[in-house]
Design a protein around this ligand. Structure first.
Ligand code: SF4
Length: 400
């Protein structure tokens, strides 16, 4: 049974009620349970468990050190294209936003990747909007093929595909596929996704399973916090992760916990999750799923990131740019608007969609990042906290 079928049978109403109304005594009992289940998880993300945050974070920290040691993996997003055929109300790349767009050539992608390599990165997340005309499956396979020899850790965050379409990309050397459901609330999902293939909730929900069938050995899932009730989203992500651990058991699984950031289109979050609640959620995930990777991006500010690192996070990005060409200015000479899939030359003059001053490219970014520190600065922080920054933890030769 696929997760889309399982999802419709989940007791989410009961679990959400627990997550909202757990008593302090029930929260303490859940915290003391060595074998956590979804009911314990619901209790540990409750307001009552928020009062036990110190004990919860100590447990999470101890478990993370036991399972992962004192190491943090580093990765960088490399944006290939900001073209998109979808309208997602919360995203700067939405097709109806008249932003400044570009798709990098394979050579330009290599230029960006080499700049990241000089900073130390060996794990790259290739990100692109969903646009078959500009970001074809062949183009993605070509990018992966060109990068594979020098970058052993390549993951993709791109529009969902059929299993058969993923296979050539895996064969070219990609090891990971990241796909966020954005929101697991069907009504909010329908409200947020107003045009394009992304409107199909179930198709997206089953993407990790198709990716696994095609041979990806790392899968990443998550929700975008700021759209629906964060406790509901967390319960669904947890259930999704449990399903994948059982049914796609050969893959390594990561969960990301992105909170909405300002972007083109100026979408305002519909719901709020406080910093303290984010800490609580990271710790609750660690107790439920001790071996899972937890990802923290540069969406969060420096001080909060530094505080979160010892508590349960295992994978962080650093020095990120969300605009294609953001590391080197690659593609700067072909920035354009796109209207109904057609490239429209820029009229002369400045644009309100241009990136902030100091950026090397003219393309618009997906969202603003909060932690702008350079990768070596982040690595120094990790060492100061007693952690080893890991730039590379996999080589294709290991699977030969
Ligand atoms: S979230 Fe993804 S699919 Fe939606 S507009 Fe942005 S890039 Fe396109």
């Amino acid at each position: 049974m696929s997760f889309a079928s399982t999802f419709s049978t989940l007791p989410t109403t009961r679990l959400l009620e627990l997550a909202r109304q757990t008593t302090p005594a029930e929260a303490r009992a859940a915290l003391g349970n060595p074998m956590q289940d979804l009911t314990d998880f619901a209790r540990l993300i409750s307001p009552a468990a928020g009062e036990l945050l110190e004990t919860l974070s100590q447990r999470s920290q101890a478990l993370t050190r036991q399972r992962f040691g004192k190491v943090i993996r580093l990765f960088a997003p490399l944006y290939l294209s900001n073209e998109c055929i979808n309208n997602c109300s919360y995203c700067g790349f939405s097709r109806d936003n008249p932003i400044l767009r570009v798709t990098l050539s394979v050579d330009e992608v290599l230029r960006e990747a080499r700049a990241l390599k000089e900073q130390g990165f060996r794990n790259l997340l290739l990100v692109a909007g969903e646009h078959p005309k500009f970001v074809s499956n062949d183009y993605l396979a070509d990018c992966v093929r060109a990068l594979h020899a020098e970058w052993p850790g390549l993951s993709l965050e791109v529009g969902p595909m059929e299993t058969e379409d993923y296979r050539p990309i895996v064969a070219a050397g990609a090891e990971g596929l990241v796909v966020y459901q954005e929101t697991y609330d069907r009504a909010v999902y329908a409200q947020m996704h107003t045009a394009g293939p992304k409107r199909n909730f179930d198709w997206r929900l089953e993407t990790p399973e198709r990716a696994y069938a095609a041979g990806f050995r790392r899968l990443g899932i998550g929700a975008l916090f700021g759209l629906a009730d964060w406790r509901y989203e967390a319960l669904c992500v947890a259930a999704h992760a449990q399903y994948l651990l059982k049914n796609c058991w050969k893959a390594q699984l990561t969960i990301s916990l992105p909170r909405l950031r300002p972007c083109a289109g100026e979408f305002e979050p519909l719901t709020h999750m406080s910093d303290r609640e984010l800490v609580q959620l990271i710790c609750a995930f660690r107790l439920l799923l001790p071996d899972i990777g937890l990802v923290l991006s540069t969406r969060e500010p420096a001080k909060l990131r530094d505080g979160l690192i010892p508590l349960g996070v295992t994978l962080i990005s650093a020095g990120s740019h969300t605009e294609p060409g953001g590391y080197t200015g690659a593609g700067k000479d072909k920035i354009h608007h796109t209207e109904r899939g057609r490239i429209v030359e820029l009229a002369s003059g400045s644009s309100e969609w241009a990136p902030p001053p100091g950026r090397v490219t003219g393309a618009t970014g997906q969202f603003e990042i909060a932690d702008e520190r350079a990768p070596e600065e982040i690595a120094a922080v990790l060492r100061r906290l007693g952690y080893e920054p890991v730039w590379k933890d996999w080589d294709a030769a290991l699977s030969a």
